[in-house]
Design a protein around this ligand. Structure first.
Ligand SMILES: Cc1cc2nc3c(=O)[nH]c(=O)nc-3n(C[C@H](O)[C@H](O)[C@H](O)COP(=O)(O)OP(=O)(O)OC[C@H]3O[C@@H](n4cnc5c(N)ncnc54)[C@H](O)[C@@H]3O)c2cc1C
Length: 332
């Protein structure tokens, strides 16, 4: 370890205490179970600790990444330089039909708590892994619904930890799998979400139904590691050459294009296309990030060759990209 690294570690430890970890394998913190070590890793259990971590990293000119549940990430085999701060602030409180939630709260835990209070509005999302903060960052959703449309306001910190402020939902410009935070990153500390009075049994039935649909169609991420849908669906109205016109607001699933390219079951090392869903990549053992990226490049090349369409990644890549040989599209 260099003298500079030792000094940085000492200063971080002074600010953050014994909770600071070094060389922490990121595969332990991502649902893909892929990723090399973070130089420094700290789980913040209060918003004050989280802001202190941001401020300290900034003062030390250390790159800093804010981690939620790690369910939308692919981390490089060489890991992450700098400090990874996991948001482990998980308090959930209710005030009538409004939920006051710290953004490190697990999304499914939050949904279960709304059911206990007979509050409706989030059962549809049961089974989306990760934290409430990660869900807000990417405006996570399914079945035509998303978390942003139920946000009232969120408390955010600038990434240097200098300013904490509360902004109304409109500020976040929530859109399909998108928010302003993707362009102007901030740390989400807490949020207020709007629910409505419902029937506890009906909410439980919907949660069970949604979890069952995912159990049948999707990999079980705790035992079949994955980051969910790998590529973004295509925008509404997008005309894919060679496919029937798809009018209206319906997005053409990336999986449909991949199915035309015989993607299911394709494998590079231990990275595999899930047998039941062409847009989901799974880690079938000891997949490396390079395996996953090579497989993804192969899939993109096939879709480009067949449809002239460039798929874009939904899953975020972190760290240094490995070098690749050019991936040749399939000729058959
Ligand atoms: C099996 C499976 C099924 C999935 N199904 C769906 C689905 O149906 N719909 C869907 O939309 N997604 C789905 N996903 C993707 C993923 O679960 C969501 O994107 C989730 O909301 C990410 O949250 P996270 O806490 O895990 O974020 P992470 O993966 O930890 O981070 C993702 C991004 O969010 C940022 N972030 C995290 N927390 C904060 C915070 N507090 N403040 C600011 N930025 C933050 C991170 O910096 C990073 O840029 C699925 C994933 C899996 C593995």
């Amino acid at each position: 370890m260099s003298d500079t690294t030792t000094t940085i570690e000492m200063q971080l430890r002074q600010a953050l205490g014994e909770g600071l970890l070094t060389q922490e394998p990121m595969r332990h913190h991502t649902t893909f179970r892929v990723g090399g070590p973070a130089d420094f890793f700290y789980a913040a259990t209060t918003p004050e600790h989280l802001v202190t971590a941001l401020r300290t990293a900034h003062a030390l000119k250390l790159p800093c990444f804010l981690l939620g549940g790690g369910s939308n990430l692919l981390v490089s085999d060489s890991g992450i330089r700098g400090l990874v701060v996991r948001n482990a602030c998980e308090t959930i409180e209710f005030d009538g039909t409004a939920a006051h939630v710290q953004c490190g709260a697990d999304y499914l835990t939050f949904i279960r708590r709304t059911q206990e209070r007979a509050l409706a509005g989030f059962a549809y999302a049961a089974g989306i892994p990760g934290s409430v903060g990660g869900a807000l960052y990417g405006n996570a959703g399914c079945y035509g619904q998303d978390i942003g449309s139920r946000a009232i306001e969120c408390t955010i910190a600038t990434l240097d930890g200098a300013t904490v402020e509360t902004q109304k939902a409109a500020w976040f410009e929530f859109a399909y799998r998108d928010s302003r935070l993707k362009r102007e990153p901030r740390a989400l500390l807490s949020c207020v979400l709007q629910l409505e009075k419902g029937d506890a049994d009906a909410i439980q039935r919907e949660i069970d139904e949604k979890l069952e649909i995912r159990r049948v169609k999707h990999p079980q991420w705790r035992t079949e590691p994955t980051a969910g849908s790998y590529f973004k669906n295509l925008p509404p109205g997008f005309q894919v050459p060679g496919l029937p016109h798809s009018p209206g607001t319906h997005r053409i699933p990336a999986g449909a294009l991949l199915d035309h390219c015989d993607a299911r079951g394709l494998r590079v090392g231990d990275a595999m296309v899930f047998a039941k869903h062409a847009n989901i990549l799974v880690n079938a053992g000891h997949a490396t990030a390079k395996d996953v990226l090579t497989l993804a490049e192969t899939l993109k090349a096939r879709v480009r060759a067949k449809f002239g369409v460039q798929l874009e990644e939904e899953v975020m890549f972190l760290g240094d990209r490995p070098q690749f040989p050019e991936v040749a599209p399939r000729t058959a």
